[in-house]
Design a binder for this molecule. Structure first.
Ligand SMILES: [Zn+2]
Ligand SMILES: [Zn+2]
Length: 333
């Protein structure tokens, strides 16, 4: 099969013929239709700090949609020919966090496409227990957005516990910020999405089409918004303090982005305001069901967020994403 290989060289991707993965009992072989390029794939692509653990050569990608073409072991027959996505975070099931159903922060987390080969190939294998069947009415080009939507569902519903009527500021109009704003909107919150002026054309204007109020800021600008909840999805350490200034006393901030540098916080202000500083990482199995619901709610509009790239054009998908020219690059396998 053909696969996109991230070599040990920075930003080097090559297309290679490799052996078909051989599923073991309890695993399926999936013919991949689409695979989204995620922020974590980009971090691995340019060898960002915090991604030293990714052994290369590696087939990246966890945001895949595909069809099960073979499966082995108990109940495997039920999966044949099913359209599926895969949970990106695979967990051990036995550590303290897993026993509390916090599988997203398992001690032995394995992420598809980073710890082992992923979906940027014609075929991928995956354990049956991590497969999620796509609802029949959801087109593949929208189902490919499931995993990033689960990240937003986890951040907004489980961590942020956003309620109807809450005033919410979302910083950073990348796909995660966009989806966080969308889930807040679905819950009846008053949500605004902010980005830099250069984000307007490719990103913020799309959010307006979904009825999300947007505004632009200068880098490091203080906002004075006075919201109940801030979602920091920009990943820019320069945006952290200005974002916090927009919180009401007693408000909460949820950090969803991953940062490439550290941030200085003057905690006295946070203490005096009794701000809750929360973090949200990844998603859990049940978030996939909710993600399907939200994707279905907005399905007529979501295709506009996806930019498709043929495999032999994959390098451009990564570069366009790095330059923030597109919201969600997706490889067509
Ligand atoms: Zn992802
Ligand atoms: Zn575990």
């Amino acid at each position: 099969m053909q696969a996109l290989i991230k070599t040990p060289n920075v930003k080097e991707l090559i297309i290679q013929d490799v052996a078909l993965p051989e599923p073991a009992p309890g695993e399926a072989l999936i013919k991949v239709g689409y695979c989204g390029v995620c922020g974590s794939d980009l971090h691995a692509y340019h060898h960002a700090p915090g991604y030293e653990f990714v052994e290369m050569p590696r087939i990246l990608g966890h945001e895949l949609v595909g069809t099960v073409v073979s499966a082995l072991g108990q109940d495997s027959g039920n999966w044949l020919n099913k359209k599926v996505v895969a949970e990106s975070i695979q967990h051990c099931g036995t550590c303290a966090q897993c026993q509390e159903q916090r599988t997203n922060i398992c001690e032995h987390t394995q992420v598809m496409g980073l710890h082992f080969d992923g979906g940027m190939a014609e075929y991928v294998k995956c354990k049956l227990k991590y497969l999620k069947e796509i609802p029949a009415n959801l087109p593949d080009a929208i189902a490919v957005l499931t995993e990033p939507m689960t990240i937003a569902v986890h951040a907004v519903e489980t961590v942020g516990q956003v309620k109807n009527g809450d005033a919410v500021l979302v910083q950073g109009p990348g796909i995660i910020g966009f989806f966080v704003a969308l889930v807040c909107k679905a819950l009846g919150a008053k949500v605004r999405l902010s980005g830099l002026k250069r984000d307007y054309k490719a990103r913020l204007s799309l959010a307006q089409d979904f009825g999300i109020e947007t505004f632009t800021v200068d880098e490091g600008e203080n906002l004075r918004e006075q919201v109940d909840i801030l979602f920091e999805c920009s990943g820019s350490s320069r945006a952290v303090n200005p974002g916090l200034q927009s919180l009401k006393k007693g408000g909460k901030a949820v950090f969803v982005a991953l940062y490439e540098s550290s941030t200085d916080l003057f905690l006295t202000q946070a203490v005096r305001n009794e701000w809750a500083l929360l973090t949200s990482y990844g998603s859990k199995p049940e978030d996939y069901t909710r993600a399907f619901e939200i994707l279905d709610m907005f399905s007529s509009q979501l295709e506009s967020l996806v930019s498709l790239y043929e495999l032999n054009n994959a390098k451009n998908a990564f570069e366009d994403a790095m330059e923030q020219k597109v919201l969600k690059p997706v490889l067509v396998l």
